[in-house]
Design a protein. Structure first.
Length: 761
């Protein structure tokens, strides 16, 4: 392009305007690029432009320069056209705003070519003047550091960085090109940068850095989450909005007991042998509050690696926290990966549920609705490309993760509730760590581990606070149990953890008085169960010939089935996990099967007895089934029973309804029947010894023996009936008559149930 003006003509910013520019909150660095890009636009763009495009030039052009351009570009005829015709805006070149005048000169076909030449030369002069200002006064370039920080953080090349600057310039109002159609905007930016549209389209593709890191939006606008940083309102380092270093004290590795022993060696080997080109992706999933985040901290500490956390929220001016979008967190992860030492760092993505969750589909989405889902393509890309090893933490189940994403994890650990033994070990370790173990008895530690199902972190916080109290006042050790209760109870309440009170066996329960039919007695069952647990504890992988310990308890209500389960749990010092059939049944297809799997898995992880009461609702004969899901839930139960590694006990009042294949899978079957005469006398003494201390007379014994269908539950009901009355003197006859009334009530109820309906006339 030929030069229009001689060297003697000064195309400089007016000194007054230059001083304003120096003091402007806008970055001189941006103005330099603005003038360069406007020069490109003047040379390349062929379509119509609005006055707002020239706003940045009009703000600082001096009157002499503007008049010179007007005189150079237009004749009297052109001046008349632009002042009278609507398509040129009816602009008065002597009175109207400079940006409106420049828009009119651009639009008129006879002034357009000269206007382009003059403006291109003006932009070149302005750009050079800004460059001189920046070179002579480096401090004025401070705000350019924020742009350079973005360039470095996201590893943008020069072309990508120029496009980012162009989008910032356009959104700032310096060159506000107002368009609705994306195609027009793409053409505008291509000309602004002097590149082809094909190249620009490649730069703004979703997989390329600018959109992958969310520097720009899908509509080619600036990501608003970067705006506060760019304009200088937020003085924090940019990286703090994306990730931060986790310096919190980690729990000792040995705190994790079985988890550390089972997974520690392979995890350490994986992380130490990682490829320079790709990190190791580890998934920690399971119930909330089970110590997944603490485990990640301890693992990093154990390996001597620096742990970085991908941010979940950003702070607003009011101090409130707002959630980052899922896509922004993906960008933050990639940015962190670009900046940290990939060999000696670990990145933890906590609460990654939405980033990892797959899209629901089919019938489940119709009934349950669609949960928020992450970008599966982005997730898979990140899992394949991130060079730093990552620990992903989620409270979702594995079923909620897309199979293609699950396959990409190098290792995974499911976190369930810790067993009582694990918690007890953590209590011991934490008490040792804080030097206060001498204040708690082994019995108290075991009781705490059994009662409070808290994580390793919760235990350590409690013990740390106890240590601080005792350091301040050693005399408090006499109240240590009370102190622990006062500290840990609010923690449990906050996390919705219910203290376990245990299944207390009725003081009046006795195996001797029960009427259990069969060749195997309840006492023999207890001995067999003890042997089963001993063998399982001694052999991690039991012999394939080792029988299961599945027990079926049948009989009418009140005959002692449930109390026997409690008694067995107490005898084995073993937790009993009770599930009613109604707890497992689910209205949604597949829900019951999932509940069955979870129940068996939870009991196995706790090494607990799984007790399914009213089991006939679950084990209904498949021959009687009318729906396919009734068959599949029995199949799921059969599979679970076949592979269960702990003790299963099922109780039912309707054994005839059970599936035949299910019956074969019970190792022992006990039928609890109504009490014999000896059993009635024994339970009379057991339950009523505090109400009646005398011995039964012969007639009273005969009366008691004649009462049909008595169960231990009847004795308990009668005793409860007189508990609050507290009679001064109660006779054996009164108690026996009350038992007879209970028996009559059961017979009457049974008869009424059989005759309900419409009587025939």
């Amino acid at each position: 392009m030929n030069k229009v003006f001689t060297k003697e003509q000064q195309w400089l910013l007016h000194p007054d305007y230059l001083e304003k520019l120096r003091q402007s909150p806008q970055c001189m660095f941006l103005w330099q690029h603005y003038y360069r890009m406007m020069g490109n636009l003047m040379e390349n763009y062929q379509d119509e432009l609005e006055s707002s495009v020239f706003a940045g030039i009009a703000k600082y052009i001096n009157e002499q320069q503007l008049n010179f351009i007007i005189d150079y570009c237009i004749t009297d005829k052109i001046k008349e056209d632009i002042s009278n015709k609507r398509q040129y805006g009816r602009v008065n070149t002597e009175e109207d705003d400079p940006d409106d005048i420049m828009e009119a000169l651009w639009k008129h076909p006879r002034s357009n070519s000269k206007f382009r030449v003059a403006m291109s030369e003006l932009m070149e002069c302005y750009q050079g003047q800004i460059e001189d200002e920046l070179a002579n006064n480096p401090k004025r370039n401070l705000k350019a550091e924020r742009f350079e920080e973005i360039k470095a953080l996201f590893q943008l090349n020069d072309d990508e960085f120029s496009l980012f600057l162009a989008v910032v310039i356009r959104d700032s109002g310096m060159c506000n090109f107002r368009v609705g159609q994306l195609a027009v905007k793409i053409n505008f930016f291509a000309n602004l940068l002097n590149i082809s549209q094909a190249k620009l389209l490649k730069m703004i593709a979703p997989t390329e850095k600018l959109r992958r890191y969310k520097c720009i939006t899908d509509d080619i606008d600036v990501n608003p989450e970067l705006t506060m940083f760019l304009v200088g309102i937020d003085d924090k380092p940019l990286v703090s909005n994306f990730y931060s270093k986790l310096d919190a004290e980690a729990l000792p590795w040995e705190f994790y007991g079985v988890l550390a022993e089972k997974h520690g060696t392979i995890l350490k080997t994986l992380l130490k042998s990682r490829s320079d080109a790709k990190g190791v992706n580890i998934l920690l999933y399971g119930e909330p509050g089970t110590g997944k985040t603490s485990f990640a901290k301890s693992l990093a500490n154990e390996l001597g690696m620096t742990l970085y956390n991908i941010e979940q929220k950003m702070s607003s001016d009011s101090g409130d926290k707002s959630e980052y979008s899922t896509n922004f967190r993906f960008a933050a992860l990639q940015a962190c990966d670009n900046q940290v030492d990939t060999t000696h760092s670990l990145i933890v993505i906590d609460e990654a549920d939405e980033m990892l969750r797959g899209q629901y589909g089919g019938l489940l989405s119709m009934f349950a609705g669609s949960a928020p889902a992450g970008d599966k393509g982005m997730l898979n890309s990140v899992l394949d490309e991130v060079k730093t090893s990552c620990i992903w933490i989620t409270n979702t189940t594995s079923d909620d993760l897309d199979p293609s994403s699950r396959r990409r994890f190098d290792y995974s650990i499911k976190f369930g509730k810790m067993s009582r033994e694990q918690r007890e070990k953590i209590w011991h370790n934490s008490l040792d760590k804080h030097g206060v173990k001498r204040y708690l008895s082994a019995e108290l530690i075991g009781s705490l581990a059994n009662k409070y199902e808290v994580s390793a972190g919760g235990i350590d916080i409690t013990v740390s606070n106890i240590a601080g109290i005792l350091k301040h006042d050693a005399g408090q050790f006499s109240q240590i149990e009370v102190l622990i209760e006062q500290l840990i109870s609010p923690h449990c309440q906050l996390l919705n953890i219910k203290p376990q009170t245990g299944s207390r066996v009725n003081d009046n329960y006795s195996l001797d008085g029960l009427n259990v039919k069969g060749k195997i007695s309840p006492a023999q069952i207890i001995t067999a169960a003890k042997r089963f647990r001993q063998e399982r504890e001694q052999h991690t992988v039991p012999s394939p010939d080792a029988p299961r310990m599945n027990l079926l308890l049948t009989g009418v209500p009140g005959t002692g089935k449930t109390e026997f389960v409690k008694y067995l749990g107490k005898s084995l010092a073993c937790k009993v996990m009770t599930r009613m059939s109604s707890d497992l049944l689910d209205m949604y297809v597949g829900g019951t099967e999932k509940n069955i799997r979870q129940a068996f898995k939870a009991a196995e992880e706790e090494n607990a007895i799984l007790f399914i009461d009213e089991a006939d609702g679950m084990f209904r004969s498949r021959e009687m089934s009318k729906r396919s899901w009734e068959v599949t839930q029995v199949n799921e139960l059969l599979y679970a029973m076949e592979n269960f590694k702990s003790i299963l006990i099922c109780a039912t009042n309707f054994a005839d309804n059970l599936d035949k294949a299910t019956l074969r899978r019970f190792t022992f079957k006990l039928e609890f029947d109504y009490l014999t005469t000896a059993g009635k006398e024994l339970f009379f003494k057991q339950f009523f010894s505090k109400l009646y201390s005398g011995r039964l007379k012969r007639a009273e014994k005969e009366h008691l023996a004649d009462i049909a269908n008595l169960t231990p539950g009847d004795f308990r009901t009668v005793r409860q009936g007189v508990y609050y009355l507290k009679p001064d003197n109660i006779s054996a006859t009164h108690l026996i008559e009350a038992l007879a009334a209970e028996s009559d009530a059961k017979r009457n109820l049974s008869a009424s149930v059989k005759t309900i309906g419409f009587a025939a006339n």
